[in-house]
Each structure stands twice: as structure tokens, then as C-alpha cells.
Design a protein around this ligand. Structure first.
Ligand SMILES: [Zn+2]
Length: 242
């Protein structure tokens, strides 16, 4: 074999080995992707200082907290205060939110599929929330109307203009497509929810490689995960293009 052909072959073999190693995503085990962790005792997570948040006991992945602190400083320079309302949420916390909604009297007599779809307007099924990952933050208010008020508009305008410099992106945008891209599926717009992409993008890739609906069990309505296509439509129903 020609020397250059041999070298090319070696290069290709090495490339395949490297790519298959990367594709395994060994750094994010299933438990972390599904929120089956305890952030307070997990080495990858840090406690959010109380002055940054609306309540005590919020955790984020450490690199997300570092990036948030820089974003917060930049906001303060413009006289804008970012308050963290929610960070990491465990599977059991998400299950308690989900099942509280599941038991609402207004759903009496509803078909389980319709009930799950209705709750999914704003709340994730346990095991499918980006908040499990410690990469996503809810800021200031859980109402889109706040971000249209005088104060909220300034906050949103700042985030829209500057958050990407620090790695953050609004993943649940309007479902209308303004730029000719295919419209997004899944949750309604959430102007408060921002994701730290340097970590959440590889975590989403790992999720798609490792998690199937078979892993989404142990909560009311779990039998609807396939009929709803919860992974395709909701976990992956995010803004990927600008
Ligand atoms: Zn959120």
C-alpha cells in the first residue's frame, strides 16, 4: 500500500474511534439526564447565593452559575436586575408538580392523552424537563405579560440582546416561524426560561442517544409518553435556529 494511503487509513480509523468515543457521552449518565440526582450532594452542582434568587436552596451546574454571575453583572451595569426563580429541579420535584396538576378537579372525565397534552402547555413530564439538567434558569417572572410591562420589557430586551454572549438562549420561543424555518413544536413561549447552551446542547445530544420513553416511568400519565411523542415534540421542541 502507498505510504500516503496507509496514513489516510490510520487517520480514518483514529477519527472513527474519536467520534464513537464522543458519541457515547459518558459524562452524562442517564440519572443526570432524568433528574434522578441530589444537587446538594452532587460534585457538578453549586448552591446559588440567596442574593441572586427569589428563595434559598436553588442549585445550578457550577459552570452555569459562573456564566450567570457574568450575565448578572452585565445586566446590573445597565440597571437591570436578574432574579433566579428556578434552576435545577429533580425528577421527584417535577413529579410532584405534574401530579398536582394531574389531579385537578377540572380534568374530571378527561381522556388521559388530552389531560397530558393540556398540562404540557407549560409543565414538563417528569424525566423530560431541561430543569433536570441544571443548565436552565427561569428569570424574574413566570408570566409572559410581565415581559411586556415597562420593567419586564427592559429585562427581556437585555436578555434578547446580550444573553447569547454569555452562552444563554431562550429555547421556548414563539411557535410562529418568522424566518422561513419549520415552526417549533412543544411548549408555548416562555420568555423567562433561558438555557446555558455550552452544557445543555451536549446534554440534549446525550439525552437523544441514551433515553427512550421506556425510561419515562413512575408517574401518573406515563403511559401516554409514546402517543404524545414527548421526546420528539417536547424535549426536542426547542428553538435551534435564530
Ligand atoms: Zn423553566
Amino acid at each position: 500500500m502507498m505510504k500516503s494511503a496507509k496514513l489516510a487509513l490510520i487517520f480514518c480509523v483514529q477519527l472513527v474511534i474519536t467520534l464513537s468515543f464522543l458519541a457515547q457521552s459518558p459524562e452524562y449518565p442517564k440519572e443526570e439526564l432524568l433528574g434522578q440526582i441530589t444537587p446538594s450532594s452532587h460534585p457538578a452542582f453549586s448552591l446559588v447565593p440567596e442574593e441572586f434568587s427569589s428563595r434559598a436552596g436553588i442549585y445550578l451546574r457550577s459552570e452555569v452559575l459562573v456564566a450567570f454571575e457574568k450575565l448578572r453583572e452585565a445586566a446590573l451595569d445597565e440597571g437591570i436586575e436578574l432574579v433566579i426563580l428556578s434552576g435545577t429541579r429533580t425528577f421527584s420535584h417535577q413529579r410532584s408538580i405534574w401530579e398536582r396538576k394531574w389531579e385537578r378537579p377540572r380534568y374530571m372525565g378527561w381522556d388521559e392523552f388530552d389531560k397530558a397534552v393540556d398540562i404540557l402547555t407549560y409543565s414538563s413530564m417528569p424525566g423530560t424537563s431541561r430543569h433536570h439538567w441544571g443548565t436552565d434558569i427561569d428569570f424574574n417572572s413566570l408570566e409572559n405579560s410581565y415581559f411586556e410591562s415597562a420593567e419586564g420589557y427592559e429585562v427581556y430586551e437585555f436578555l434578547d440582546r446580550c444573553a447569547s454572549e454569555f452562552g444563554f438562549k431562550q429555547v421556548y420561543t414563539s411557535k410562529e416561524s418568522t424566518s422561513g424555518h419549520k415552526a417549533r413544536t412543544g411548549y408555548n413561549e416562555e420568555k423567562w426560561h433561558w438555557s446555558y447552551l455550552p452544557t445543555s446542547e451536549p446534554m440534549l445530544r446525550a439525552y437523544n442517544e441514551l433515553i427512550t420513553t421506556q425510561d419515562l416511568t413512575d408517574f401518573k400519565g406515563a403511559q401516554e409518553t409514546d402517543s404524545i411523542k414527548v421526546i420528539a415534540k417536547y424535549v426536542n421542541g426547542i428553538r435551534t435556529k435564530d
